[in-house]
Design a protein around this ligand. Structure first.
Ligand SMILES: C[S@@+](CC[C@H](N)C(=O)[O-])C[C@H]1O[C@@H](n2cnc3c(N)ncnc32)[C@H](O)[C@@H]1O
Length: 439
């Protein structure tokens, strides 16, 4: 029989995995059910959202430096401290006990004693814990807001300190989630009635139809609505790219870079499940999720293909969506792990790849056809600068106005691109443009 583990244990395992492999293993968190699963994810993302600050405090109370500490012990310590500082429902004594028991179980009684000593001292000083006191301003801000120094420097230079603080504070909040209704299986009215009946607090978006902002996904998950394909989790700003592509029933559409398929199923919805969508992705592991999503949502116009779109040739179609791989700096509140996985040099790699992908995508569009380029980044190099570069090479494409599709507050002054910035628009940060190939 498989041994059952607690949310805290699962989180320690996931944090250990992250430190070793520099990536998230969602299976370690999601093998739990119900509330435990939610709690494990909450710990994991929450601790990564506050990592530098937690480590700063740990360094003040431990004789062993954070870098030299046994990773498992360090991650249990982070959970105990996170519990005391940020988990409202856990009394301090319970947070300490849980961490001590976990340390004993995972590392023996000496480990439990040491855990107890460090956390008790932190608990005692709780109202007056030390504040980061580094002379180096970037390091001070980075530690206070738990963001990497390179990103702090970049955002302070670009936005100024005050705005950068607001952005990082937003990234450190518990995120909002949006549900998008699957129009192939239900409708907005029916779905909002379901939400009311299930006692889910929600707010309907006034930006796009069929989006509902909720504070927690737990009730929706327990109702089985995701498995039934009634709705999906998709930030409203992620819905902008399929919206501006405006795919029509009967058209032939490429969804390049499609996995895990959240935009593919929205395209099916917009096309009323008529026409054809080729969902293409290079990643064999991620491609299975497209099929799962499509089946769940009751769509049958999707052909899934594993391919490198830069290497392979495709015939021309009416509309192409290129949801490019990017740094993901627009989604750091939901994907706190990304802030520690990325480095500044990754940006050069992403922009090079984005140019190649745009080049490939442009050669799949019929005359008069449309190409949408989108990212979940807020970095200009991955966004408008890529499009400016593209247009300097491809004078047979032009930018289209977006004001008939999207609210004014997310559009650039000339109305030809959208960009959401998390703390300003209170959603994820997404960018996109609609390019038309001249006839
Ligand atoms: C931002 S994610 C796509 C998210 C997806 N559109 C959605 O909304 O669910 C980018 C995807 O690009 C894929 N990708 C990267 N390089 C590619 C290439 N050369 N050919 C095809 N897919 C590629 C990655 O495997 C990844 O799944």
């Amino acid at each position: 029989m498989e041994q059952t583990i607690t949310a805290r244990q699962a989180c320690v395992n996931a944090l250990n995995f992250f430190e070793e492999n520099n990536r998230t293993n969602t299976e370690l968190l999601n093998k739990l059910e119900g509330q435990d699963r939610q709690q494990a994810n909450e710990y994991y993302q929450g601790i990564l959202r506050r990592k530098s600050y937690l480590d700063f405090l740990i360094s003040k109370y431990s004789a062993v430096g954070v870098e030299e500490m046994n990773p498992q012990f360090k991650n249990i310590l982070r959970i105990g401290l996170y519990d005391m500082l940020f988990m409202d429902g856990t009394p301090d004594y319970a947070a300490v006990n849980e961490a001590v028991e976990l340390a004993k179980a995972m590392g023996g009684s000496k480990s439990g004693d040491l855990m107890n000593a460090i956390l008790r001292r932190l608990q005692r000083d709780m109202p007056n814990l030390p504040k980061p006191d580094f002379k180096d301003r970037t390091k001070l801000i980075a530690t206070t807001f738990s963001h990497p120094e390179w990103l702090v420097k970049r955002w302070v230079d670009r936005f100024g300190e005050r705005e950068a603080f607001r952005l990082m504070q937003f990234n450190n909040q518990h995120p909002y989630y949006y549900l998008r209704v699957n129009g192939l299986k239900t409708n907005d009215r029916n779905f909002s009635l379901r939400l009311e009946k299930a006692d889910v607090e929600f707010e309907e978006s006034d930006w796009l139809p069929g989006y509902y902002r909720v504070n927690s996904l737990q009730k929706v998950r327990s109702k089985g609505w995701f498995q039934k394909g009634l709705c999906q989790v998709q930030d409203v700003s992620a819905g902008f790219a399929p919206t501006i592509l405006d795919p029509q029933p009967g058209e032939e559409v490429y969804d390049l870079c499609a996995a895990p398929g959240t935009k593919t199923i929205m395209l099916c919805d917009l096309m009323e499940n008529k026409g054809s969508i080729h969902a293409i992705d290079i990643d064999g592991d991620r491609i299975g999720s497209i099929a799962e999503n499509v089946t769940n949502y009751g769509a049958d116009i999707v052909k899934i293909q594993r391919a490198d779109i830069i290497q392979e040739r495709f015939r021309l179609v009416d509309a192409v969506l290129l949801d490019a791989p990017c740094s993901g700096t627009g989604v750091l509140s939901k994907r706190a792990d990304l802030r520690w996985r990325r480095s500044e040099s990754d940006l050069d790699e992403f922009t090079r790849q984005q140019d190649e992908l745009l080049d490939a995508a442009a050669n799949m569009v019929k005359r008069g056809g449309r190409l949408v380029y989108a990212t979940c980044s807020i970095e200009p190099e991955e966004n408008m600068e890529r499009i400016e570069h593209f247009l300097s090479v491809y004078d047979n494409f032009e930018l289209e106005d977006l004001d008939e599709y999207l609210p004014e507050e997310v559009l650039s002054d000339d109305g030809k691109s959208y960009q959401t910035i998390p703390h300003i628009h209170e959603c994820d940060g997404h960018f996109g443009v609609l390019l038309r190939r001249k006839v």
